[in-house]
Design a protein around this ligand. Structure first.
Ligand code: MSP
Length: 534
């Protein structure tokens, strides 16, 4: 049985239009999922939409439609974006799905039975935009303003069901100590741990002032707090509340996840509330909650007030000009996976496109395929002289490539996506360096060096082929284009990376066509349209 791997995105609020933040998290997960599947793992990649709550009810009312109609409309929009970005997820969960609603009630019943939930009265500082309560200390720190939208927090009082979060204080602190990688990157872990040590209070888990949600199973006048409903998506998607279901039979073994990938503003829910709920439900905990930072734009925070979000039309614009793969590449290699925010700028996008894609990957592939075309009529030369592989310029290519494959996989497993892709692009750079050093364009003039010339070009083509396998997860279209040019038919979906990445995949005599993977785009026209939107 291949090792299993479960990766999730947050489920997206349907009262928002899709933008770069959603696209980013989902692309990052897609690259991991694709790479790991190709490397032979049995991966389950989950994404979806978060559809309940007061905000959705209000937005729908403002438009004179039902919350369900609003949710249907926006869930469809999110799905459209996902297919536009060529994301290969295994399920798209919606919190209005009957399967989910039913299981949320089962889980909440279990919490009631375990006495992890009780009825009580609560007063606190409430962020209406985020539907989140804060303690007095935290509210003071925030100057009584929403940390996300900046609106004033309001004093709210409710008779509600409460989750005994405070009962998990010790176990959570222990978790953070024993599993230092439970929250990554480390800066985020330290933040959460600091806040955790200030002490936990119980949190409301039901509401009565609106109806758009999952009813409390024991008291239908209350709806379950949207965050509890939303977090449970990670287990309901696998059918964990219904051991007799087909869903459970097929999916239960994926639990626990390798990575819950989220943005840093929703870390508290995932790093503290979620593990406490799982402890109360006696379910194993996720291996890692990975909280990325934020994209900002041209040095400025993106916000609705400023109206400067990188929205869908802008993303489509970039994809139209530079290609989907270039967009995915920029997102993953330049994105805020670490502790710092990343600045999205039109100039930087263009610079990375040129440096890595046009001048490195594209140029190297076109150089090598063009030389094979010109010097060998497009028939791949062999790399051996007699029985022996010719080692030219002290380059032991089979070892260089094998090491790169290992490094790329190890980095990807650690969720160092930029590092993994960087190693693969590094391999292409080595090929370029090798060409400059061995100068096949000069050797070609010397007829006595035909065998050496053939060996050089074979090795270049073979190393590029291996790099393209490693880059497929981030640039599926361009890798496929290169494979076509090398007369290769590769179906990377289900395993095969290791066998395919063995040295010697290309056969002597194989047809090779010249490729131009990433065309040069003039800065003037390329930058103009996206920049004009600023
Ligand atoms: N519905 C909740 C998640 C529930 S998960 C059980 C939610 N949804 S969201 O639609 O508001 O956010 C989805 C994701 O987009 C979050 O991970 C968030 O961090 C991410 N982004 C929103 N703006 C972002 C940037 N500017 N940059 C990068 N990602 C950001 O929260």
């Amino acid at each position: 049985m291949p090792p299993r791997s479960y990766i999730t995105t947050p489920i997206f609020y349907v009262n928002d239009k899709p933008h770069i933040g959603h696209a980013y998290t989902a692309i990052v997960c897609d690259v991991y999922a694709r790479f790991m599947r190709f490397a032979g793992r049995d991966v389950f990649y989950l994404t979806g939409t978060d559809e309940h709550g007061q905000k959705v009810e209000k937005s729908a009312a403002a438009r004179g439609i039902t919350p369900q109609a609003l949710a249907d409309e926006n869930a469809a929009e999110f799905r459209r974006v996902m297919s536009m970005l060529e994301l290969e997820f295994d399920d798209f969960i919606r919190t209005t799905d009957a399967d989910h609603v039913r299981q949320v009630q089962v889980f909440v019943n279990r919490l009631l039975e375990a006495d992890a939930v009780y009825l009580g009265e609560f007063e606190g500082w409430y962020d209406e935009g985020q539907e989140e309560y804060f303690t007095e200390t935290r509210a003071r720190e925030l100057e009584y303003k929403s940390p996300v939208g900046g609106q004033p927090l309001v004093r709210a009082r409710e008779k509600n069901y409460y989750f005994r979060l405070s009962a998990f204080q010790e176990r959570l602190e222990k978790l953070f100590e024993e599993q230092p990688d439970f929250v990554r990157p480390p800066a985020r872990r330290n933040e959460v741990l600091g806040r955790l040590r200030e002490g936990l209070t119980d949190i409301p888990m039901s509401r009565t002032n609106f109806t758009w949600g999952v009813p409390m199973p024991n008291d239908p006048g209350h709806v379950i707090y949207v965050w509890i409903d939303a977090l449970l998506n990670y287990v309901t998607a696998l059918g964990l509340a219904e051991p007799d279901s087909e869903r459970y039979a097929k999916r239960a073994d994926y639990w626990p996840p390798d990575y819950h990938v989220i943005g840093k503003e929703i870390l508290w829910f995932h790093a503290v509330i979620w593990p406490a709920l799982l402890m109360a439900l006696e379910l194993p905990l996720p291996r890692c909650v990975y909280a990325h930072s934020f994209w900002i734009r041209e040095g400025q925070k993106m916000s609705k007030t400023l109206g400067n979000f990188i929205d869908l039309p802008t993303i489509e614009d970039y994809m139209g000009r530079y290609s989907l793969d270039a967009w995915r590449y920029y997102m993953v290699t330049q994105g805020p996976l670490g502790a710092a925010d990343s600045d999205f700028s039109a100039a930087h996008f263009h610079e990375i496109y040129n440096a890595d894609l046009v001048n490195t990957v594209g140029n190297c592939a076109s150089r090598v395929t063009a030389m094979i075309g010109k010097y060998f009529d497009g028939a791949l030369p062999g790399e051996v002289s007699g029985d022996a592989r010719l080692t030219v310029a002290e380059h032991d290519w089979p070892s260089i490539c094998a090491e790169t494959v290992q490094e790329c996989e190890a980095r990807m497993l650690r969720f160092d996506l930029g590092g993994s892709i960087g190693s693969a692009v590094g391999l292409v750079r080595k090929v370029d360096g090798f060409i400059n050093r061995t100068e096949p364009y000069k050797i070609v003039k010397d007829d006595s060096k035909r065998v050496e010339l053939g060996a050089i070009l074979y090795q270049c083509a073979e190393a590029i082929r291996i790099a393209s396998l490693l880059l497929w997860a981030v640039m599926p279209d361009k890798s496929t284009e290169l494979w076509r040019a090398l007369s290769l038919q590769i179906e990377p979906g289900a395993g095969g990376l290791h066998a395919l990445a063995e040295w010697g995949g290309l056969a002597e005599g194989q047809r090779v066509e010249k490729t131009a993977l990433f065309p040069r785009i003039e800065r003037a026209s390329a930058g103009a349209a996206p920049a004009a939107r600023l």
